[in-house]
Design a protein around this ligand. Structure first.
Ligand code: ADP
Ligand code: MG
Length: 556
């Protein structure tokens, strides 16, 4: 365990820089950091090659900051980045790592902002200048001495800079700096043009190259979205509406979670099943076979249960719960993108799990781009798109076969073809929400208590003394308790009630609280808001062949 602290501590960084790094929560240097930091600290020129997300910024920022003299109020390090966004990112990183270094200032210099204040900040003694090449050349035109004190130059994402046409600007910048400076070049790729620059402007550079560990990942498009822990099911349902998947595997952490999510998906009409370690081997094989041949489209699995699963149909991997470590992430997403196809991996990240996301990005050497939860409009668009593509092929010859029937029916009913078509659509879409207002009502992201609160609450009521046990379980805010006369003796289980209410009530799983099935009745917690209309929607619902007859329930 000493190694954990030893990692950065053994690298000879300036103590104040080391302290700031530890304060940011980094535990160990990444591979590129481990190899670059000593080289840069020793003052060598260097060419570093590594993929995005491997931690290149700290690889040059930490040693350079360690070598800057904050008491000298003049530019000492220049970092060139291809875009304004990247320049700002790098500048922010420098500021973070320099937090415990009094007197050290960082200035970002990029186009689109007034030049005056930028130049003033440089002259006022910012020791670190992070710039895009174009704007920096503008400054050089005003003041050709502005870079005359630079001792460390970094070209970050050099290949990108060349792609953006900054070659000539770079030449101007090189000439404006002392030849004795240290030059470090980072690039994901080393095309000929980069080698030529290195040959011309670097002195006896050392090469540091980090191979991407996991090539399998490259065929997979990775995205993440931030979501609160208690809204995961709602998020999954929305994502499924807009993602165009063939077969999908969803990963969760517990056996219970496989069952819960599979039930929610089934209730929504997806062909879904759970796969976990409790399920007998032959049953597991059946699930996998069904996924292969299309009888199932979604499998909700734990890591253990999905080990070795190889189904070429899988286009999507959804990490509903965060994997425990980057290796299992790589394993999971390797279930898609098989046999040279591209796959898509989605990762739900709760606010507390952001650190793990960074670790995953670093280890896989890939950015996991952030996407937003689809909104009601996107869900609606996706539904209409599906409807369109399912109906379009039917139109061609339908009139020949059913045109006469249509005439007869419209005449008999005394309605327009439009009215009849609308009625048929309503029937065919099974009451699915197909207007924005309906979709939004159907899928509100209801703030609910966290799962931990929920389980603590049920533990309290299960374990308490008899008096406590009789006391009603407190209702979450905004919830109403409802009762049905259906219970265990009618062969009813909680998931039957859940399924019926989800389907017929058009609710999301998160809108429904505890379901308690007793011998001769059951209690269900439903949203207070809109309860009356929900109950009237459910008034003819039957569960297990018997009328549900859900009513608001009041103690006493
Ligand atoms: P690159 O420039 O190689 O694409 P970045 O420097 O932007 O990568 O780093 C990617 C992410 O990894 C950042 O969020 C950064 O804060 C984080 N990171 C870098 N080094 C470490 C480390 N040693 N431990 C944990 N996180 C790190
Ligand atoms: Mg970078």
């Amino acid at each position: 365990m000493t190694q954990v602290l030893g990692g950065f501590a053994a690298l000879n960084l300036h103590p104040n820089i080391l302290a700031a790094v530890i304060a940011t929560g980094y535990e160990e240097p990444s591979a590129i950091q481990l190899q670059s930091i000593p080289v840069i600290l020793e003052g060598h020129d260097m060419i570093g090659q590594a993929q995005t997300g491997t931690g290149k910024t700290a690889a040059f920022a930490l040693p350079i900051l360690s070598r800057i003299d904050p008491t000298k109020r003049q530019p000492q390090a220049l970092i060139l980045a291809p875009t304004r966004e990247l320049a700002l990112q790098v500048a922010t990183a420098f500021e973070t790592y320099a937090k415990q270094m009094p007197g050290l200032n960082v200035i970002a210099v990029y186009g689109g902002a007034p030049m005056g204040p930028q130049l003033k900040a440089i002259r006022n003694g910012a020791q670190v200048v992070v710039a895009t090449p174009g704007r920096l050349v503008d400054h050089l035109r005003r003041d050709e001495k502005v870079l005359s004190t630079i001792q460390h130059l970094v070209l970050d994402e050099a290949d990108e800079m060349l792609k953006l046409g900054f070659m000539d600007d770079l030449e101007v910048i090189f000439k404006a700096m002392p030849e004795t400076r240290q030059t470090v070049l980072f690039s994901a790729t080393l095309p000929h043009s980069i080698r030529a620059i290195a040959e011309k402007h670097l002195r006896d550079p050392k090469h540091v190259r980090i191979e991407t560990k996991t090539q399998t990942v490259t065929a997979i498009e990775q995205a993440h979205l931030l979501v609160h822990a208690d809204q995961k099911h709602a998020a999954v349902l929305r994502l499924l509406e807009v993602e165009e998947f063939d077969a999908l595997i969803a990963f969760v952490r517990t056996k219970q979670a496989t069952l819960d999510l599979a039930a929610v998906l089934e209730a929504r009409g997806y062909k879904a099943a759970a796969l976990n370690g409790d399920i007998a081997q032959n049953q597991r094989e059946r699930v996998i076979e069904s996924l292969k041949d299309g009888r199932l489209d979604i499998v909700v699995a734990t890591d253990v249960a999905a080990r070795g699963l190889d189904v070429p149909r899988i286009t999507h991997v959804m990490n509903v719960d965060m994997p425990y470590d980057p290796e299992s992430y790589v394993h999971r997403i390797g279930r898609t993108g098989r046999a040279g196809r591209t796959g898509r991996a989605l990762l739900l990240v709760t606010p507390r799990e952001r650190r793990m996301l960074q670790v995953i990005e670093r280890v896989t050497g890939q950015k996991v781009t952030e996407v937003r939860l689809p909104d009601g409009q996107q869900v609606l668009d996706a539904r209409i798109k599906k409807l369109t593509s399912s109906l379009a092929p039917l139109v061609a010859d339908a009139e020949a076969s059913h045109g006469e029937l249509l005439d007869r029916l419209t005449a008999q009913i005394g309605c327009t073809p439009r009215a009849l078509a609308a009625a048929l659509l309503r029937k065919a879409t099974n009451g699915q929400a197909l207007t924005l207002a309906e979709v939004e009502r159907e899928q509100p992201l209801v703030p609910t208590s966290s799962p931990r609160e929920r389980s603590e609450r049920s533990e309290r009521s299960d374990r308490g003394d008899s008096r406590e046990r009789r006391a009603p379980v407190p209702l979450a805010e905004g919830r109403a308790r409802c009762r049905t006369a259906l219970g265990a003796r009618d062969g009813i289980a909680a998931k039957n009630l859940l399924g019926a209410i989800l389907n017929e009530g058009g609710l999301i799983r998160e809108a429904i609280g505890r379901i308690q099935v007793r011998e001769s009745f059951s209690l269900v917690e439903l949203p207070e808001d809109g309860l009356e209309s929900l109950l009237s929607k459910l008034k003819d619902t039957r569960v297990g062949g018997k009328p549900l007859k859900l009513r608001r329930y009041r103690e006493d």
